[in-house]
Design a protein. Structure first.
Length: 129
């Protein structure tokens, strides 16, 4: 696959799995050996923040690697990381993820999220507009 095709695959994963909550899409977008882990990563977050939205700020690709810069927003209506639902929203939390794509599927990913900002907003109710 080309770098552009790899970037489109990552964009689909964000749109379908994260934003739409389509966990069945994981089987189409992720390699079989990591599909279960991908679902286990996304499902609790979608339960805690069912209206979550990941905005893609930038996707940069080289070879089989795609790096994405995202801004994440949502409202906590379920438990998250041992904290009960607050009913509060967070806005524009910065996240960066590295994806490895082979054979038309995501075969690995890891990332950094500004969970300090997310927690601060959920505590204070000061979600950015």
């Amino acid at each position: 696959m080309s770098v552009e095709e790899n970037k489109r695959l990552v964009a689909r994963a964000v749109a379908e799995v994260i934003n739409d909550g389509d966990l069945e899409a994981v089987d189409r977008l992720y390699a079989p050996e990591i599909a279960a882990a991908a679902r286990e990563w996304v499902a609790p977050f979608r339960t805690a923040f069912p209206d979550v939205r990941m905005e893609t700020v930038a996707l940069v690709g080289e070879g089989d690697t795609v790096v994405g810069h995202f801004r994440c927003s949502g409202t906590q209506t379920g438990p998250w990381l041992g904290r009960q639902a607050t009913g509060r929203a967070f806005r524009d939390v910065r996240e960066v993820y590295w994806f490895t794509v082979r054979g038309g599927r995501i075969v690995d990913w890891w990332g950094l999220e500004d969970n300090d900002d997310r927690r601060r907003q959920l505590r204070s109710g000061d979600a950015r507009a």
